[in-house]
Design a binder for this molecule. Structure first.
Ligand code: SAH
Ligand code: SF4
Length: 364
């Protein structure tokens, strides 16, 4: 194809740096020009070729004809009383996702989505009520961080990324891993794997692939129940990968020195929040380098559970601590703007999801 043929430009947004260099080379352009463009995109947040001033005028116009750099656009944003900002991002095909910037926790953190909707259907999660609309591409996953880092002025400084937005990252393994490689590149945002936490319900094939990956991010496993009977209800994929298999897989994961697997546990009033549950959790985690992150339910219309009282949350957390388990109770950020975990759902889908849920759970 001729470089100036306008018909099908190559999208550079999902390419690792070496692939971007190859894209330039494939047009007979010097590969190092691709590296320069990578730096513009990730290091400086510039996606308009005409602004890439260290490329010649000719090269800028050749590149503009041959390539595009798909970038999520900010359809709207809302900032909470605590500074948390939720972005509604529009993708190239018009689909929308939510991503969140959480300042000072203590690090600045970006919470990103890996799918539009989610197929897992956890009983307490609004995103799950949407079902899976589609996977995000590597460019769309990395693009959320790129857009937020440059908008908040944090590109160039250290920040954390948590894959805790919409979607199940291990259900979209290849795109997620590729996005993390793009973000890790020292010529771009230089995001170290230690600064990334991937949250998953524990799809075993994905966990096994991660175990073999030298750049494995930190892991957070969404457990939420201490018996298969209950977890089957709350996290339906438990019927396929049960607690014993999941915890065995966790035991087999190679961990960096001093690092631990986080187990997330959403507390639902009178469902999984008793002291007996806490004791069972202690036994389940026996022998694991674990810490537990207790998440009192973020309630929302359409979620058929209640948040436990503070006293019950304390009793649950104290029981874990008394048995030597490191535990933190997540302070919900951005609840007033529905930016908290499990509350991410695209407006417009919200009403539909509520209706769908009401159909399914008429008596709750
Ligand atoms: N799909 C992945 C990552 C996204 S959800 C996962 O489930 O791990 C991130 C975290 O938010 C998970 O631990 C999830 O269980 C939790 N969560 C979902 N809905 C919630 C809600 N309504 N209140 C509190 N936490 C919730
Ligand atoms: Fe999907 Fe995670 Fe929500 Fe479960 S909690 S439905 S896995 S996004």
């Amino acid at each position: 194809m001729l470089p100036d043929q306008p018909s099908s430009p190559i999208d550079l947004s999902g390419l690792e740096r070496t692939e971007l260099e190859q894209a330039f080379a494939s047009l007979g352009l010097p590969a190092f020009r691709g590296r320069q463009v990578f730096r513009w995109i990730y290091g400086r947040g510039v996606t308009d070729f005409s602004a890439m001033t260290d490329l010649s005028r000719d090269l800028r116009s050749t590149a503009a004809n041959a390539f595009t750099i798909a970038t999520p656009t900010v359809a709207s944003s809302q900032t909470s009383e605590d500074g948390t900002t939720k972005f509604l991002l529009r993708l190239a095909d018009g689909r929308q996702i939510e991503s969140v910037y959480i300042p000072d926790t203590p690090a600045n953190t970006f919470c990103v989505s890996t799918q539009v909707g989610c197929a897992i259907g956890c009983a307490f999660c609004l995103t799950g009520k949407m079902g899976l609309v589609r996977h995000l591409t590597a460019g769309e996953i990395a693009g959320q961080v790129r857009v937020m880092a440059h908008r908040t002025g944090l590109a160039g400084s250290a920040f954390n990324v948590v894959l805790m937005g919409m979607g199940e990252p291990l259900h979209n393994y290849d795109a997620t891993r590729k996005a993390l490689r793009i973000l890790a590149d020292s010529q771009g945002l230089a995001l170290h794997p230690r600064r990334v936490t991937l949250s998953t319900v524990g799809l075993l094939p994905g966990l096994e692939r991660l175990a073999a990956d030298p750049d494995m991010p930190n892991l957070a496993i969404s457990l939420h129940a201490t018996t298969d009977e209950l977890r089957d209800q709350l996290v339906p994929v438990n019927r396929r990968y049960d607690l014993a298999a999941l915890l065995d897989a966790c035991r087999a994961l190679p961990l960096r020195k001093r690092s631990r697997i986080t187990f997330e546990y959403v507390l639902l009033a009178n469902v999984n929040d008793s002291v007996a549950d806490a004791r069972r959790l202690v036994r389940l985690l026996d022998g694991l380098k674990a810490k537990v992150n207790v998440l009192p339910l973020n309630a929302a219309p359409g979620i058929p559970f209640d948040r436990p009282s503070d006293a019950r949350v304390d009793a649950f957390a104290r029981t874990l601590a008394e048995h030597g388990i490191r535990v933190s109770v997540r302070k919900s950020r951005g609840r007033d703007i529905r930016a908290a975990c499990g509350q991410l759902i695209v407006e417009g889908e919200r009403a539909a999801a509520g209706a769908k849920l009401a159909e399914r759970l008429p008596s709750s």
